[in-house]
Ligand binder design. Sequence first.
Ligand code: NAD
Length: 264
Amino acid sequence: MKIDLSGTTALVTGSTSGIGHAIAKGLATTGAKVIVNGRTQSKVDEAVAVLKKAVSGAEVEGVAADVSTAEGCAALVKAVPSVDILINNTGIFEPKEFFDIPDEDWQRFFNVNVMSGIRLSRAYMPAMLKRNWGRIIFIASESAIMIPKEMIHYGMTKTAQLSVSRGLAELTRGTAVTVNAVMPGPTMSEGVETFVKNLAKQNGQSVETAAANFIKEHRPSSLIQRFASVDEIANMVVYVASREAAVTNGAALRAEGGLVPTIA
Ligand code: NAD
């Protein structure tokens, strides 16, 4: 199978680093025109330059906008009025004891992780339905279905994404538009790398040992017993975005290394 998305435009939110950046690269490789998004112009410019260098002939543009606010989403939609593929990737996480999580954190997590995808889907999906082709993919997490006790607020937002994703898929009936969610497990994005490097420093270990121990101790049900790479997650997302994935719709797809122990 050769995935060819030339002629399409894809927007990946939060794509200046991490999983989003890898998805942007993956989509650029298939020939899609890719719109990179982050909050600061300098980071966006840097990410665009990196992608153009990494993928020869890539058509990449960037828009700086904070997708956690209504104004930020509106500015993004104004700059890019139409897309064929929308990847709602932006997300934040932070371990915090439930009893210490203030109202503001619940609201902030909801705004960044959930409202961003809701606002952008509301803006872009009607034209997809009209054109009779489009892809919306929410980057959720295995935390959507295995709520982490150390960050219940994060788990709540990821479950909410599955709900919105499935609900939107219901609106695609009889069209060639699909809406799906992908659930990565522990993935070595820049943010996670910093976390593991700090762990290694604290414990006087190599980064590799700290990473392996983290999985062994905190994610024992993982079948792969390692972090995924950002490219491994991007591979799944690029497939779901492809024309070849036409019959996958309304699904919550796992890319979590077998961490979730249930069959379905
Ligand atoms: P990351 O922190 O490495 O990257 C997040 C990106 O989003 C960055 O480019 C950041 O600048 C951008 N961003 C943050 N807030 C933004 C905002 N308000 N507006 C625009 N851009 C913003 O994160 P990551 O680990 O690559 O995670 C990406 C997605 O994958 C998130 O939704 C996360 O919940 C999910 N996920 C990550 C993991 C993991 O282990 N890394 C596991 C499961 C799910």
